[in-house]
Design a protein around this ligand. Structure first.
Ligand code: ZN
Length: 539
């Protein structure tokens, strides 16, 4: 018997076995059971999330001989022929290879005729965004006045490339990336049915490597079965994926906890000598840091069968939550910048040194009272400056604090309380600039500024960006300023809101001017034209 690849063999054949897309399934099920049919559907989502699988199930639901329903029988000739890909009234077109107008003409000619076998002729157009402009235009004719017996199911990874005229005639569903847990559960189920032994950690590695695509997960699983030649073990999957041996990463974090740069660079050298991918290492390092942070905040979320669970829990004891956030950011940025680095080794080792160089010490802020520390400092513990929490009262020096930067009372002279104006002057960029422009003044005194930030923008208050803003304030006033950011409701007196209302006012004036223009009025009267207000731009 020939081997059938798992993705084909385990392709879901009805809505109830489709994993991870419950929201779409629910909507389609209701529509089918209440016979509220649309003539065109659009499924969007990244590759391998089940768009064409869903299209085939929908085609069965529409054509099953027992009637239109969300539970096609699966045994009638229509159902079985659709499953095996030889149903004459299901026409699947891959727009990636059939982009031209001729293909669409053919489709139109075909659409005129009634279905041969089924209730509906179903056209599935995959990667529909690849169609040429003419092909779209020609398709539109059929789209605008579709014959009763036609259903269109369009699938795309890139809905933004589809003309609005087509989009507006489709019922659109967005398929989500598969959550790792859903992929893991499905792999486990399939191997159970296939009676193939496996280690949970191996399946977790595959689920992670599949990056949200069930199809990729299943083809990796196929490879893993072939590679392992029996039990799908963690070692074999790790070797197959070329995944970085976790041991390296643990050694790196151990070194980081001890602030031992030599040990960390030795690990990097060893990885280099084995030609391991530093890009992959940074990705895995970020994953591990995420797990350590989880272990700190919500250990239950780790899952009992996580590989190296004990070591992760141990590391969680060694770092502060803030440190983990910072290292995670550094790993992400290092990965983004890796292509700019002189070489991968340099990029990687610089990121390790950066982790040590930028240990979280709040500049210009006072140290935190011992009582507020989340974990007691054990005797002989690593020498870390305590970070100040946002609620530390400015200027209240704590006995025994390691680092207190004196704050000069400068604000009273130099700041008039107009935060939006100051926010636009500060030398900050990127996210820190957004933080400045989207926050509003709550309070200030001689040496501190308290800002409010809306819940919806709270991601801007990341420590890294607060620090940048604090630096910019220091530069502006020539002296350190204690900055506090309070997340909550704001009234909207921010630089961003001001800029927006100014833009709107200018836009309003421009529109008025256009509407009042005699020549424009003439055009409108003569040609029965209207002004597309969005197209008016103030000079
Ligand atoms: Zn059927």
């Amino acid at each position: 018997m020939s081997y059938q690849v798992l993705a084909r063999k385990w392709r879901p054949r009805n809505f109830s076995t489709l994993v991870g897309q419950e929201h779409v399934v629910r909507a389609l099920t209701h529509a089918l059971d209440q016979n509220r049919l649309h003539h065109a559907y659009l499924f969007t989502g990244t590759r391998g999330v089940g768009k064409t699988t869903l299209a085939r199930i929908l085609a069965k639901a529409l054509n099953c001989e027992t009637g239109i329903s969300s539970t096609p029988c699966g045994v009638c000739s229509a159902c079985t022929e659709i499953d095996s890909g030889r149903f004459v009234d299901l026409i699947e077109i891959d727009a990636a290879t059939n982009t031209g107008i001729d293909n669409m003409r053919e489709l139109q000619d075909n659409a005129v005729y009634a279905p041969t076998r089924g209730r509906f002729k179903v056209f599935v157009i995959d990667e529909v965004h690849m169609l040429s402009k003419q092909a779209f235009n020609s398709m539109l004719k059929t789209f605008e006045e579709p014959p009763e017996h036609i259903k269109f199911i369009l699938a795309t990874t890139d809905p933004q490339k589809i003309p609005v005229t087509v989009l507006s005639r489709c019922l659109q569903f967005n398929l989500k990336q598969m959550p790792r847990e859903a992929i893991y559960g499905h792999l486990e189920y399939i191997l159970g049915e296939e009676k193939t032994a496996s280690e949970p950690a191996a399946l977790r590695l595959i689920a992670q490597a599949a990056q949200g695509s069930m199809r990729d997960a299943l083809s990796l699983l196929d490879q893993a079965i072939a590679y392992a030649g029996g039990k799908v073990s963690e070692d074999s999957v790790r070797a197959m994926l070329g995944a970085i041996d976790q041991d390296y990463l643990f050694k790196l974090l151990d070194g980081l906890a001890r602030q031992d740069i030599k040990a960390m660079l030795a690990v990097a050298d060893e990885m280099d000598s084995r030609s391991l991918s530093f890009d992959g290492a940074l990705q895995d390092l970020a994953t591990l840091l995420h797990q350590v942070a989880l272990a700190q905040g919500a250990p239950d979320a780790l899952g009992p069968d996580l590989p190296q669970r004990e070591r992760i829990l141990a590391l969680a004891q060694q770092f502060d939550a803030e440190e983990l956030q910072l290292y995670y950011q550094i790993a992400l940025h290092a990965r983004r910048d890796l292509s700019l680095a002189p070489d991968e080794y340099a990029g990687f080792s610089m990121s390790l040194m950066r982790m040590l160089a930028f240990r979280p010490i709040e500049p210009g802020a006072v140290a935190l009272a011992p009582a507020a520390r989340t974990k007691p400092e054990a005797p002989g513990a690593r020498n870390v400056a305590a970070a100040a929490p946002a609620h530390a009262p400015a200027g209240s020096a704590v006995p025994g604090a390691r680092k207190v930067t004196p704050v000069a009372p400068v604000l009273a002279k130099a700041f008039d309380g107009n935060w939006p104006a100051l926010a636009t002057q500060l030398k900050v960029s990127g996210v820190a600039k957004q933080l400045a422009q989207q926050s509003e003044l709550r309070n200030f005194d001689d040496e501190s500024i308290e800002l409010g930030l809306a819940f919806s923008a709270k991601h801007l208050a990341d420590k890294v960006y607060q620090d940048k803003l604090r630096d910019a304030l220091k530069e502006h006033f020539g002296s350190a300023v204690a900055l506090k950011i309070v997340i909550g409701e704001i009234s909207g007196n921010t630089a961003a809101v001001q800029a927006q209302s100014e833009r709107q006012a200018r836009q309003g004036k421009a529109l008025e001017a256009i509407q009042g223009d005699a020549f424009v009025r003439d055009l409108m009267d003569t040609f029965d034209a209207t002004i597309v207000s969005d197209s008016v731009k103030p000079t």
